[in-house]
Write a protein that binds this ligand. Structure first.
Ligand code: IMP
Length: 201
């Protein structure tokens, strides 16, 4: 049997590493966090999810000499012209955290009627064979919802307590993790990546 192909994940998040390992190890990949190679986090200077994911993957590939996978995600709110978008994690400025970001989101949408609070999560996952790869594999997922001003649910993270799903009559913070995975932007992009690596397309 061929030796597993080492792959570096451009993230320090242990949860992401576990989730990706479970999906990619059966395909013959051996995953490593970029922290194992002391790769510093790349500055997310792009203005699109695709740009930021490529910046992160290229940084990891270039500093390790290995193929790299990176993701970028966020929430787009139509009444805010797509904000916070790529700035979702940094929405409330220096010292931003989930509580402050959600408080700012609610403040900005307080006078917007419910039927105009449409929003979607987006995720992009990029696979680069090497740092100079001219045609990275780019996988995207999106998940439609609406922003509710009253938080509900304790699961998930980020904007989940305010992300209302008409289809389920609850927020994404009220879904169990498996169900969220099945529906979510990130789950969609991940399944696409697995399929494209499996089939070489
Ligand atoms: P990233 O780590 O640069 O991709 O930043 C993603 C940010 O977008 C997170 O910090 C959250 O604020 C938001 N986000 C992305 N996906 C989700 C999700 O599934 N639930 C809640 N918030 C999310």
């Amino acid at each position: 049997m061929a030796a597993p192909q080492k792959l570096v994940i451009a993230s320090g998040n242990a949860g992401k590493l576990r989730e990706l390992s479970a999906l990619l190890e059966p395909l013959g990949f051996e995953l490593h966090a970029q922290s194992e190679f002391s790769v510093p986090e790349a500055e997310e200077t792009g203005t699109t999810f695709v740009e930021n994911a490529i910046i992160k993957a290229r940084n990891a590939a270039s500093l390790t000499g290995l193929p790299a996978v990176a993701d970028d995600s966020g929430i787009e709110v139509d009444a805010l012209d797509g904000a916070p978008g790529v700035y979702s994690a940094r929405f409330s400025g220096p010292g931003a955290d989930d509580a402050r970001n959600n408080a700012l989101l609610v403040e900005k949408l307080r006078s917007v009627p419910e039927d105009r609070r449409s929003a979607r999560y987006r995720a992009v996952i990029v696979y680069m064979r090497h740092a100079a790869d001219p045609s990275p594999i780019i996988c995207e997922g999106s998940w439609e919802g609406r922003i509710t001003l009253e938080p509900r649910g304790d699961n998930g993270f980020g904007y989940d307590p305010h992300f209302w799903l008409d289809s389920h009559g609850c927020t994404s913070a009220e879904l169990d993790p498996q169900e969220k995975n099945r529906l979510s932007h990130r789950g969609q992009a991940l399944r696409q990546l697995v399929e494209r690596l499996r089939t070489g397309s």
